[in-house]
Design a protein around this ligand. Structure first.
Ligand code: COA
Length: 330
């Protein structure tokens, strides 16, 4: 097997549900204001999935668009990885539901759990699988129905999240260097700062657990903020060094879309505000889908073009973080 095969992104797609929830709408849900939300987060609105839409439905919509963009059929996919913290069910995997919906009958499928960092982690795993020759073509999806796992009475968290999905098709070959080296890290000692504590084997489903709202996402916002800025900035510096490039070589930086103030703080540290991509105003934080949606929008909108070097970076619960560099080949 050739361990040095180039791996390229040959198609991207994204999908957000129809229903839009604005900051103004949230004023009638919790004690908050459009001004507070916008000034603290840069968010103006987010999309909320319909009751009958699960993560696999959102992910499949994004996947179909990515396949059209890649000009390949679903049966050509060898591997599907879905990054999600809001799966359809504990098991089977959301990836298996996506497989069935899009007709990718030749793929093997699994989910990956790295919270908001999931899409970049999944891309990294799929890239390795392709680079080592195990598979030719992989579909990587970040898909979230965050609205199910949010406490709509907690103003500290409910304003921050939205639903959506993004996808990318990765394939062996292509022009340029494709997906280059990545820099990844995790710190499990800080897991408690951002978690959904109830419903798993640690704190199983019970009336008491639900009464205590332990099945909803909990977050220490200020701590998360600080770590997100430091870890994403460090990961970007590290990944540029690993790949022998400088910030001047990079056409576009696409960070996890959690908060415009986090993004601005990273821009300032790295001195790259003019090339920092953001769409957090439209979608809020869609967790593992955020980077995937941003990448698709940047590609379709012409922000990134063939031959450009693009740096992606993520941060999420765990904590988990990472960055990679892509020489865009489409
Ligand atoms: N509307 C109005 N007031 C709110 C509010 C809301 N939606 N949410 C919190 N507040 C209040 C708080 O109760 C607090 O009031 P107090 O001072 O009387 O106690 C005040 O606003 C300030 O809260 P604080 O937590 O200091 O605000 P902040 O400037 O840190 O902003 C976040 C809060 C959540 C926006 C910010 O910490 C953040 O973005 N953190 C990172 C979150 C994140 O990105 N998570 C996902 C990572 S993958």
């Amino acid at each position: 097997m050739d361990s040095k095969r180039t791996v390229s992104i040959i198609g991207t797609g994204s999908y957000v549900p129809e229903k839009v929830l604005t900051n103004k709408d949230l004023e009638s849900v919790v004690e908050t204001s459009d001004e507070w939300i916008y000034s603290r987060t840069g968010m103006r609105e987010r999309h909320i999935a319909a009751e009958d839409q699960a993560a696999s439905d959102l992910g499949s919509e994004a996947a179909i668009k990515a396949l059209v963009d890649a000009r390949i059929g679903a049966e050509e996919i060898d591997l599907i990885i879905v990054a999600t913290l809001s799966p359809d069910m504990f098991f089977p995997s959301t990836a298996c539901f996506v497989q069935e919906k899009i007709g990718a009958k030749n793929a093997f499928c699994y989910d990956l759990g790295a919270a908001c960092s999931g899409f970049l982690y999944a891309m990294d795993v799929a890239k390795s699988q392709i680079a080592c020759g195990a598979v030719e073509t992989a579909l990587v999806i970040g898909s979230e129905k965050m609205s199910t796992f949010i406490d709509w009475e907690d103003r500290g968290t409910c304003i921050l999240f939205g639903d959506g999905a993004g996808a990318a098709v990765l394939q062996a070959g292509g022009e340029g260097r494709g997906i280059m080296e990545s820099s990844m890290g995790s710190d499990g000692s800080l897991a408690h700062l951002l978690a959904t504590p109830g419903g798993g084997s640690r704190n199983p489903i019970s009336h008491e657990m639900i009464d205590q709202k332990q099945h909803f996402l909990k977050m220490e916002g200020r701590d998360v903020f600080k770590h997100a800025v430091v870890r994403m900035s460090e990961a970007v510096l590290d990944v540029m060094e690993k790949n022998g490039i400088s910030a001047d070589d990079v056409s576009c930086f696409i960070p996890h879309q959690a908060n415009i103030r986090i993004i601005d703080a990273i821009s300032k540290r790295l001195g790259v505000a003019d090339r920092m991509f953001s769409n957090v105003d439209k979608y809020a934080n869609t967790s593992s889908a955020a980077l995937a949606i941003a990448l698709d929008e940047a590609a379709r909108g012409g922000t990134i073009k063939k031959g450009d070097l693009v740096v992606l970076t993520v941060f999420g619960g765990g904590f988990t973080w990472g960055a990679n560099v892509i020489e865009w080949g489409k």
